[in-house]
Write a new protein. Structure first.
Length: 79
């Protein structure tokens, strides 16, 4: 079953980590990469792949590629 999560990215942080969950359910994640040339998006995808134990190929940014607020689809591995 696929999961869709709304994420607010805070680029340029000292380390990549989940900071908090906002009132509307959006997950705030600090990313230790600059918001240039897609580096922050790649760092976010890598972090989420590790957190959800899936391949980076199973994570897609559906909307907000160039925004701080993103909608991310996580495709779960089939058993």
């Amino acid at each position: 079953m696929d999961k869709y999560i709304r994420i607010k990215v805070i680029p340029g942080a000292p380390k990549t980590e989940i900071k908090s969950t906002m009132a509307d359910g959006t997950i705030k994640i600090a990313v230790a990469a600059a918001p240039e040339k897609g580096k922050a998006n790649l760092a976010l995808i890598k972090f989420l792949a590790e957190e959800f134990n899936v391949s980076k190929n199973n994570i897609k940014i559906i909307s907000g590629v160039s925004d701080r607020i993103k909608l991310v689809k996580i495709q779960q591995m089939k058993n």
